[in-house]
Ligand binder design. Structure first.
Ligand code: ATP
Ligand code: MG
Length: 258
């Protein structure tokens, strides 16, 4: 079966994209699947989150601009069955430079093609930057679907209509006819507040089955893990955060059919 590509995206900053990309990738890998994590954010948080260094020239930047192959950028992580393509500060320039390049929305899709065809990975997860600029649009053009993390706070739904509009535009214009909202995941849920429950209810009403049953709790362990370069299941395997991402990974794999 060809590799499925899922982009983790939300143009809003700090909603749990990277935490979800890293921990979902790690849990899916731990459950026996081969996973590729592609860090497409110049902030490189997913890169350090899986214990990799930010090394100049190591990112997707070159291949996106037609220099070298993306396959050569794949690194093994310390975690079994989890490989990654790291990011570093180079990628900052990609948004501006790609705009001038021919076929600028399809660069990532084309660069990924040989990796997908090789069939080593069941899923490739792309951690997107907090914007709807060219890097993110490249991820959308390459993806089978999007996972959108929503923080359980008052303005969670704001901005989602913009995201939906972009999905429709990319689909209708033929940039990516199969693009769809694959899943919404509620993050940083605080069971002690009514607000979290209210927001969850509202989001479920709005998106019904697209919303994953699993809700990610707000826990400091999840926020600490990246500074040790470890996904939560390796940093604190018996924590609530680890349990949540493991259950989410189960739901994710079932929905994806892998
Ligand atoms: P950006 O838009 O900057 O890329 P992001 O959407 O990738 O941000 P994260 O980096 O995953 O968001 O999370 C933002 C901050 O919140 C980080 O410090 C992270 O450690 C913390 N965080 C994420 N999820 C949780 C959680 N469930 N509980 C507690 N802290 C969390
Ligand atoms: Mg991030």
């Amino acid at each position: 079966m060809p590799t499925k590509v899922i982009a983790v995206a939300n143009q809003k900053g700090g909603v749990g994209k990277t935490t979800t990309a890293v921990n979902l990738a790690a849990c899916v890998a731990a459950s026996g699947r081969q996973v590729l994590l592609l860090d497409l954010d110049p902030q490189a948080n997913a890169t350090s989150g899986v214990g990799l260094e930010k090394i100049e020239g190591a990112s997707a930047y070159g291949p996106l601009l037609g220099n070298g192959s993306l396959s050569d950028k794949i690194k093994a992580t310390p975690f079994e069955r989890l490989d990654a393509i790291p990011s570093e500060v180079d990628l900052c320039g990609a948004d501006v430079e790609l705009i001038r390049a021919e076929n600028h929305l399809q660069r990532l899709r084309l660069a990924l093609q040989p990796i997908l065809e090789a069939g080593k990975y069941q899923v490739a997860l792309v951690d997107c930057p907090p914007s709807l600029a060219v890097l993110t649009l490249n991820a959308f053009a390459a993806a089978d679907g999007l996972v959108v993390p929503l923080q359980c706070e008052y303005y969670a739904l704001e901005g989602l209509s913009m995201l939906t509009r972009v999905i429709n535009q990319l689909r209708d214009s033929g940039v990516n006819p199969r693009l769809h909202l694959f899943g919404v995941v509620m993050t940083m849920f605080d069971a002690r507040t009514n607000l979290s429950k209210q927001v969850e209810g509202e989001v479920r009403q709005h998106f019904s089955d697209v919303v994953f049953e699993t809700v990610i709790p707000r826990t400091t362990r999840l926020a600490e893990a990246p500074s040790f370069g470890k996904p939560i299941i390796h940093y604190d395997p018996y924590s609530a955060g680890a349990a949540a991402y493991e259950v989410l990974a189960g739901e994710f794999c079932r929905r994806l059919g892998i």
